[in-house]
Design a protein around this ligand. Sequence first.
Ligand code: BGC
Length: 764
Amino acid sequence: MSDARELLDRLSVEQKAALCVGADAWTTVPVDGVGVGAVRMADGPHGVRFVADEGATGSESVPATCFPTAVALASSWNADLVTEVGAALAEEAAALGVNVLLGPGVNIKRTPVGGRNFEYFSEDPYLAGELAVAWIDGLQSRGVGASLKHFALNNQEFQRNSIDVLVDERALREIYLPAFEAAVTRARPWTVMCAYNRVAGELCSQNARLLSDILRGEWGFDGAVISDWGAVRDRVAALAAGLDLEMPGPRPAHVQEIVDAVADGRLPQERLDDAVLRVLQLALRSHATEPARSVDLEAHHALARRAAAESMVLLKNDGALPLERGTPLAVIGRSAKEAKIQGGGSSRVTPTRIESPWDALAATGSELRYAEGWAADLLPRPELIREAADVARSAAAAVVFVALPGSLESEGYDRTELALPLAQAELIRAVAAAQPRTVVVLNSGGAVAMTPWIDSVPAVLQAWTMGQAGGPAVVDVLTGAVNPSGKLAETFPLALEDTPAYLSYPGENGRARYDEGIFVGYRYYDARRTRVLFPFGHGLGYTTFAYDDLQVSASRFEAGESLRVSFTVANTGSVAGQEVVQLYVHDAETSVRRPVKELKAFAKVALGPRETRRVTLQLSERAFAYYHPVHARWVAEAGDFDLLVGASSADIRLRARVTLTRGTPVPFALGRDSSVREWLADPGGHAVLAPLLRQIREGAAHAMGSSDADEAIGMDLNRFLMDMPLASILAFGESSPDVSATRLVDELLDRARAAASPQDGTPA
Ligand code: BGC
């Protein structure tokens, strides 16, 4: 097989330019004569959306397994399961001749009303990153490439093609980029898809900082950058910024623009070559593996069922579940029969078949009575509600199926509210009033507010956008055939007004300012002590788990060393189950504002009744670090940290304190504006300034007419001076015009620099 560089040398500029723009809606341009085949792409992420008509994006796709969507898979917290789904997706893609499946989507759920939240994993960057790595590993292990999307900051659908996202550097690095970073550096996706929106004034498709500096420069990405469909405005600017392949095509005008730009020197030939090389490598990779011949669709349906069951989150259960075998049931709500399996937009898959909850309940042989409960148009229908209440009253228990309609959760626009449609909320209350044993099964692709009805029902099962086999999965969980083990990958707030981005989403005048900074999801609710409906990481099951005996490999450690955190988890109940154990880190001593806790490791542990297992999790330096915008790097500051092991972000069971004795070495960063506090936090600065402090205070006191070095005009001088630049303090005492405060500070800075190198990141 030829190598890409060799092929490159055989291409004319026109052929090269042609390779940088798609041939049609889904494929790249083949190059006749040199043996470069076209690359076929298809949408994911939760099924193969293969559209036979290569000229169209929106037509019906051929049947493929519709797996649970990302919001569901994330709630499984099971990376192995996600890898299995990735591998199954690859088998189906390969059988259809698809080389690149357009997923996973790892954008962070900044607001619970994001239209595509069902397609994304989490509000937490670590969880999203781990699952993206798992998904890509599974997919690419079978010779199909991933397209990690949408890079970056596509966190809302509102004005997604134009909105300019303004985000501070820490939030960018700590919240919005890490899932991409983990996926790129560890799973090496074949392609990365740029987002539609702007970031800091520049479209992502022509954003050199994102596409070249960060993605390639910092993370070493060696695949092809492709555009989101139609995201390219200026083809030459996009190419110059690092965008290799524009999709979809054909766009002959763009090809010509590339040729012209090379001819008149606006685009360096090397940049074009670079892009073409990556497209050629993609093509060679794509054709290196034989397409799979047959796919076991039955096995994939079974996998979709297992994945759905493992993803469902039992939000509340006051003893109503599991249902005993043979319980006569009132089955209420049209989504029992018309199952909601996915959301709207480019990810929409034509399922191979759908098993509804009704089908699956009927197969159990239980006595069932059905009432539609709510109408497809969601308009109030008192007669449906009355009928549902009557049916509920006559049964031993009622299961109410409610779902956000597909059109409410979609690509291209956001949800407008958090609550369920009124017709469904009223139905739940009426049924619960008629039947105390009422279980709500909710199909939504994201958080839903439940205040008007949650207290009236004893049990709520969140079944998500559950995929084509969600029906039997719901029944598995309701009956206890599967012990629920999903946990929330996103907080369920009480109300939209409580959410972190409430005051700045969706932005105005074309700009979305991410004013909440790093305080996204539970990081915000924790910091503000805001009550939520269900916290991040929450999920119940039919057994109980006890945590014990936390051990850490060292209580004192240095930057560069890892910690092993181990503890026992015991299944204290009488049925087998799986527990998602979560390890959060709290920085007890920090010079910058940090979240109260952040997820840094997790595991899913299967335990038989009364079984105990020891779990070991690993924490590297990065788990303790924040992104330091001045040093432009991750810095773990020396000091104390608490390791919190829990069953959810709000249910911490074990804790241990560790001390980072030597933080990440950072370059000297004191300057003329540095405050006394900053000087003292810096080892070199401390060495130079500490001995002079009293004298400096006396000078300041004297200048204020006080003879007391600690107090002047009712002020605690120590506190008063602490956050002032040294030069400003010295300027107080500037008696002689010959001795400039600035010059003095410059001298002290020289001495501190000499005393410093290299130093620790030590908190103030
Ligand atoms: C979506 C992408 C998708 C592409 C191709 C775009 O509208 O944002 O996620 O992969 O279309 O269908």
